[in-house]
Design a protein around this ligand. Structure first.
Ligand code: MN
Length: 255
């Protein structure tokens, strides 16, 4: 193996617990040299996910309260607070202002603000943040509620404007990039506007499909090659870059 091929693959946002027979998938990720952040959508899912990930050093679990579920699950915020002291990673959290979820947007704002403040007070947390049709709101709340020396933020599937991305970059945010983002000229322009030291890769599996099956974390190789093509570098260099970015991100904060 050449020096350039070294470095793990990185899937920094997926939902392992939403696949059938997901325990096998935990093992497949670990054996396939994929460093994974698997996010949960409700705090109730936390204990089981922690248990499934325990044998695998390369699999991190995020404590989440998904904005698309906040309408029904905002009462679980207290459970979120109960588990937060034991969570290094937090996600999926954020805001979603698309038509289906807009009716809960006020509640989402309250829940997201509360979570950001709790994480900032606790310190040492790495957050995976959803921002569909709400990029400017998300960036504004990060600006207002987060102490960047205590919390690190990864914007997942970011689809805001290039200027929103620039503001987020200035606040220290990272960006996890998936293959759907690289499908459109707008998405590629956004990705190219972000300094490469802040780029990570993700699948958002199982929510993205490849042909007739859901994407799986080992498919992050495809994202890596699309990202290499978009940024005009080799796959090997991109792989090393993303592995190095992951290391940098995770060593910023004291635990
Ligand atoms: Mn997701």
């Amino acid at each position: 193996m050449s020096a350039f091929q070294s470095g793990e693959l990185v899937d920094y946002h997926c939902h392992l617990d939403l696949y059938p027979e997901c325990e096998k998938l935990f093992a497949t990720c670990a054996e396939g040299n994929v460093s994974v952040l698997t996010v949960t959508t409700t705090p109730k899912a936390w204990p089981r996910n922690v248990e499934m990930a325990a044998p695998w050093r390369s699999i991190r679990v995020g404590l989440g309260l998904h904005p698309q579920l906040v309408a029904d699950r905002s009462v679980e915020l207290s459970l979120f607070e109960t588990y937060l002291p034991e969570a290094r990673f937090v996600g999926e959290i954020g805001l979603d202002a698309s038509p289906r979820f807009y009716r809960s947007f006020d509640t989402q704002l309250k829940v997201f603000e509360r979570i950001l403040k709790l994480c900032s007070e606790a310190g040492g947390k790495i957050l995976s943040v959803h921002s569909v049709r709400a990029a400017a709101h998300v960036v504004r709340l990060i600006e207002r509620c987060v102490d960047p020396t205590r919390v690190a933020i990864v914007l997942h599937w970011f689809s805001g404007s290039n200027s929103d991305a620039k503001r987020a970059f200035d606040l220290g945010c990272y960006f996890s990039i998936n293959c759907s983002m690289l499908d459109s000229p707008k998405g590629r322009s956004l990705v190219n506007s972000i300094p490469t030291t802040r780029l990570l890769t993700e699948t958002d599996g199982p929510f993205i499909r490849i042909g007739d099956r859901p994407i799986v974390p080992t498919d992050v190789k495809l994202t890596l090659s699309d990202l290499a093509e978009t940024t005009g570098t080799s796959i090997q260099e991109t792989r090393s870059l993303v592995a190095a970015n992951l290391q940098a991100l995770e060593s910023i904060l004291p635990r």
